[in-house]
Design a binder for this molecule. Structure first.
Ligand SMILES: *Cc1c(COP(=O)(O)O)cnc(C)c1O
Length: 355
């Protein structure tokens, strides 16, 4: 049976990426070797990593003065690397959920953290507004898409200090004005590649302003200077990332991805809003177009397990909600076709009709 993959991450990959990866596992770039066994110093792989950086820059229209590096350790390592490299004494953070919290916890190891806004008291059902970012902090950190709670900041804000963003789960879902950020990072396993690589887009002149001793591997400069080749980079996920970026370019770039993503999200949110049984969990103005969280209304609550089983029978995979929200979460990443969303909304409709 055809599966419809709504997992939050690792998550659906395009057939384009999977097919090209399979080919490269058999024979990478005509070398007669597998991508899994080739030296990262080979000229064929050097070309891959250079092209991946170049396509990142092209697709996101990244200005001069920025570098894109590919690291290990996941977005979670960035929670520590960001303050290590950018925080002299104090930074501001916006608390919008689990991942933001984890970033705050790490930042506190390196200095003073001012949490300028939080929606924790309302289980992160909205993005805090009306907060003030102090002018004397070293940077302001945001999580643009809250993968677990299903809220999203879909604009590029102006702040009086360096802006740092975790874009793990919404990179390439809209054009981003990169010039407003000093650093953007993310685990690639949501919209870019299989797990194992982390992307960092960094303004070069944001580096080198802290006094603390940085371990070589945790210093962004090491990786910037060596083009992500200081040590062995995650070769295979980087190869897969390049395939995804090439697919994005073929499709028409981020504007087209945005159009598709907004259309998919609208189909699902309309179904939720028009339903007698289901209800969204977040404030409509802050709804994520990547991760759609919804539950059953109190009077139907006991049917949630039945709906999961009903959906599973139709090939729908990965919609069980995160334990901190419950209910359902449908992740609508770039590689997910509109058809899968329609299968889900049809299942919701049919289930409702029979209960
Ligand atoms: C998935 C995710 C992370 C964690 O990424 P890892 O690569 O597993 O460390 C961090 N932030 C956000 C917003 C995420 O969606």
């Amino acid at each position: 049976m055809k599966k419809h993959n709504f997992y939050a991450g690792p998550s659906i990959m395009s057939q384009y990426t999977i097919d090209h990866c399979i080919d490269a596992i058999h024979d990478f770039a005509g070398t007669g070797l597998s991508i899994l066994e080739i030296s990262h110093r080979s000229k064929e792989f050097s070309a891959v990593i250079e092209k991946a950086e170049q396509l990142f820059k092209e697709l996101l229209d990244i200005p001069e003065g920025y570098r894109v590096i590919f690291l290990g350790g996941g977005a979670s390592l960035q929670f520590a690397m960001v303050p290590m490299n950018l925080m002299r004494t104090r930074a501001a953070y916006l608390d919008t959920g689990t991942w933001a919290n984890k970033a705050i916890k790490e930042a506190k190891l390196f200095g003073e953290v001012e949490v300028v806004g939080s929606s924790k008291a309302d289980n992160y059902t909205y993005i805090p507004k009306g907060y003030v970012v102090p002018k004397d902090v070293d940077y302001f950190h945001i999580t643009t898409n809250n993968t677990i709670y299903g809220t999203e900041i879909r604009h590029d804000m102006d702040v009086p200090v360096r802006l740092v963003a975790d874009m793990s789960s919404d990179i390439f879902s809209r054009p981003v004005d990169v010039s407003k950020y000093d650093l953007i990072y993310g685990g690639a396993q949501k919209n870019v590649s299989p797990a194992g690589v982390t992307f960092v887009i960094v303004r070069e002149d944001a580096l080198g302003h802290v006094d603390r001793v940085l371990p070589t591997m945790l210093n962004y400069k090491t990786h910037v200077e060596k083009g992500s080749m200081f040590n062995t980079p995650p070769v295979f996920p980087i190869y897969a990332a390049l395939q995804t970026l090439e697919w994005y370019k073929e499709l028409g770039g981020v504007k087209e991805l945005q159009r598709r993503d907004e259309e998919k999200a609208a189909v699902l949110y309309d179904a939720i809003d028009g339903s007698r049984m289901f209800v969204g969990t977040v404030h409509p103005e802050d709804r994520s177009i990547m991760n759609v969280c919804f539950v059953m209304k109190p009077e139907y609550k006991e049917l949630e397990a039945d709906f999961l089983a009903f959906a599973t029978e139709r090939g729908i995979v990965g919609i069980k909600g995160h334990r901190s929200v419950g209910g359902f979460r449908a992740s609508l990443y770039n590689a997910l076709p509109l058809e899968s969303v329609k299968v889900l909304t049809q299942a919701m409709h049919d289930f409702e009709a029979t209960h």
